[in-house]
Design a binder for this molecule. Structure first.
Ligand code: F0G
Length: 373
């Protein structure tokens, strides 16, 4: 018997709405680490079991791979020869990679100058046609919908319900790893697809269904092999400059250092409010400084390097633990949506002040070490 892991479609096929004969387009996504934080909670003075689900360990470095494997598998099965998306970077990277794997074309619309360099490099190297638009993600999303009305291209943004079906598998993995759902699940929110997808996953795990699911609408929950009690409260955190869920409506000119969530008009607006209501959770916002500070603290304290947008979930959770909004002793899972390697500029922007230069001599190197031991 071999044990080669082959991705979320083979692992969860019976819980995904794919035809049995559909050929899985996979890169082995999923089964990402659920890391229990050991140093940071103590340093922050909070008492909780905090886990981070490191989605940056997916093949293209973000949670988008879970959704893209299912969306592209379905698109190819349905006869599509090309896919299209608007993106703040990660969706375009995943779309480009899975399209390459499938042997079809990918068109990606990105906001010019506003995506991390690593993500742009991914789209380019995987052979996508990159269309930089003089506008933001929301403009790109509108254009994608308009173009797809006439052009023979399948949209693989999270308005494609197969995306959320794939992304719900992160919740399955968490329930399997912990033996139950956490008390709180915290995520960064941009387009609000991922928070919706996690709620679908937790609801199916608990055997309850959710009105947020485009496929079942709460009616057709597929029961897991062993019923698992409970669902978490879902907490969504946004960057203050791009926080439509806090403002109560679209934000015209979203701005944040966390470019992945620089979104003013979320596509899963209604679904995310349904998730908030059904789960008894909430939305909150964080400033860019708080986000970057947590990205750095996590990297230094635990050895986990996530991108700025991803740190929003942990920054929010720690703040809510300090305020008592998340009670002490809770089990909290924070999704770290993307890999820090995609956006080194975000951490190097502050300069290279901590780097030291010495002559290439043993004595000089020793002096530098001894001064810092
Ligand atoms: N974190 C990262 C790293 C992301 O790339 C995104 C979304 C989110 C969080 C927010 O997830 O949209 O489901 O609420 N990125 C999309 C993209 C928009 O184009 O890559 P969401």
């Amino acid at each position: 018997m071999t044990s080669r892991y082959t991705g979320i479609i083979e692992t969860y096929r019976s819980r995904l709405p794919l035809a049995p004969e559909a050929r899985a387009i996979s890169l082995g996504e999923g089964r990402t680490p659920l890391i229990r934080l050991e140093n940071l909670p103590r340093a922050e003075g909070v008492d909780a079991d905090i886990y981070v689900k490191f989605e940056g360990a997916n093949p293209t470095g973000s949670f988008k791979d879970r959704g893209m494997t299912v969306a592209v598998t379905q698109a190819v099965h349905a006869g599509s020869r090309a896919i299209i998306c608007a993106s703040t970077g990660n969706t375009s990277a995943a779309a480009a990679a899975y399209a390459a794997r499938a042997g079809i074309k990918a068109f990606v619309l990105i906001p010019e100058g506003k995506i991390a360099m690593g993500k742009l490099a991914q789209a380019v190297v995987h052979g996508a046609t990159v269309v930089q638009i003089r506008g933001n993600f929301d403009d790109g999303m509108r254009l994608v919908k308009e173009v797809a009305r006439t052009a023979p291209v399948a949209i693989v943004n999270s308005i494609n319900p197969y995306r959320l079906q794939g992304q719900k598998t992160a919740a399955f993995e968490i329930v399997e790893a912990l033996g139950r759902a956490p008390d709180f699940h915290c995520l960064p929110v941009g387009n609000a697809g991922n928070i919706t997808a996690h709620w679908i996953g937790y609801s199916e795990s608990a055997g309850t269904g959710t009105a947020a699911c485009a496929f079942c609408g709460g009616a057709c929950a597929q029961l897991p092999p062993a019923p698992v009690a409970g669902r978490p409260r879902m907490v969504g955190y946004q960057a203050s400059g791009a926080a439509p869920f806090l403002r109560g409506g679209p934000v015209k000119e979203p701005e944040t250092v966390a470019t992945a969530i620089r979104i003013g008009d979320p596509q899963s607006w209604e679904q995310a409010w349904t998730v908030q209501r059904e789960s008894g959770g909430w939305f909150d916002e964080l400033g860019d400084e708080e986000i970057l500070a947590m990205q750095a603290r996590l990297a230094a304290a635990e050895g986990v390097f996530c991108e700025p947008a991803s740190a929003t979930s942990l920054a929010g959770a720690v703040r809510d633990l300090k305020r008592g909004r998340i009670p002490a002793g809770s089990t909290v899972v924070c999704t770290l949506t993307g890999n820090g390697l995609k956006d080194p500029d975000a951490v190097l922007r502050g300069g290279l002040r901590d780097l030291i230069q010495v002559d290439a001599e043993r004595a000089a190197v020793e002096r530098a070490l001894l001064a810092r031991l």
